[in-house]
Unconditional design. Sequence first.
Length: 451
Amino acid sequence: MTQHKYLLNENQIPTQWYNIVPDLPAPPPPALHPGTREPAGPEDFAPLFPMELIKQEVSQESYIDIPGEVLDIYKIWRPSPLFRAHRLEKLLDTPAKIFYKYEGVSPAGSHKPNTAVPQAFYNAQEGVRKLTTETGAGQWGSSLAFACAQFDLECEVWQVAASYRAKPHRKTMMEIWGATVHPSPSDLTEYGKSLLAENPDHTGSLGIAISEAVGMAAPHPDVRYALGSVLNHVLMHQTIIGEEALLQMQMAGETPDVLVGCTGGGSNFGGLSFPFLREKMKGNMNPTIRCVEPAACPSLTKGEYRYDFGDSAGMTPLMKMHTLGHSFVPDPIHAGGLRYHGMSPLVSHIYELGLVEAESIAQNECFTGALQFARTEGIVPAPEPTHAIAAAIREAMRAKETGEETVILTALCGHGHLDLASYESFLAGKMVDHSLSESSIAEAMKTVPVM
Ligand SMILES: *Cc1c(COP(=O)(O)O)cnc(C)c1O
């Protein structure tokens, strides 16, 4: 009998997150204070984040215990299922074995609650009253709204204007969980006002929304900010995905030859891949591990490895990362969660060390793969993981040529039930592959500090 899904019991939920930093052959470069350009200390982050998360951000411990209160909430949707994509394999007529770890079973429909819940928990423990944040596609904002509701925190979200207009239902979801939502740029911050004065129809960007949310949190001692990706502690919280997947691949009796994941800020990719990279570094397996990014926002494959700001206004600490320039505004592709000018400093560092690879794929190929996936496996993927699926399909077609039984593992990090307008556009033949303008990258790179 063929087995389709590999399920763990609740008592098999990993009770620790994995911190890959101490296992790396070289430490990642530190974040720098934007003014002094000296390594940023805990006091530089304290206006924005609770002390426990700051400690996790720079921790040298390999494992950090998941608090019981967080595990209890994780149990709403964890452990998440691992599927073998038998029907997709059959459609592709490939000898490859395709496995996908599905995070769309969470309340918000993506992997984001894996970090939203602990972030809300540590803030609540330290007496914070309200969290502010940005959201692109709406996945992070709704995850944080859900998490804040669990701990009686207020939640205020700046949603990138293009997505605020295109995805009103994401806003409603955030409001159901009690959050307040503003389009970004907004007239609530000086920065937002200045951008709206230049262009009242500004479509916004993640970098701009981060500036607004940070600006609203920093001056108030009982308000803090939460980031849904990019930072070390966020990627660490997501390693619960990979730790579960390791157990599930064992159940399936397989080890991956290739692991692919979509990268916006790097958190679902890091979450799935870091535990496998640990096993690879220990010599227990040898998978090729690859980031997949959109052709319209290719920070790893086309960006430079430089110190740059995490936001557009230049308010955050400087982080050494692959960047297209913090003023780069990517074309409005459907995968809103992948429209970020930078890449996680940790994923960037690991890429520089040669431990992972990267490729970029344009959105028509992604949605072509997503339809093949939906019509066989049934699940409608979010626009972001269509990149991971397209990469898995590329691998499966390569396996078909060579006749190898390549074992492919990927993360289906969210469902696309609130992204149907993207599918509508694709089905109507109206989706365009944005050409990446080298000159707009060059322009944006001019704003990156020279150091
Ligand atoms: C936010 C999001 C992403 C991009 O963020 P990463 O940190 O790169 O994972 C990808 N997929 C989905 C479904 C998201 O919600």
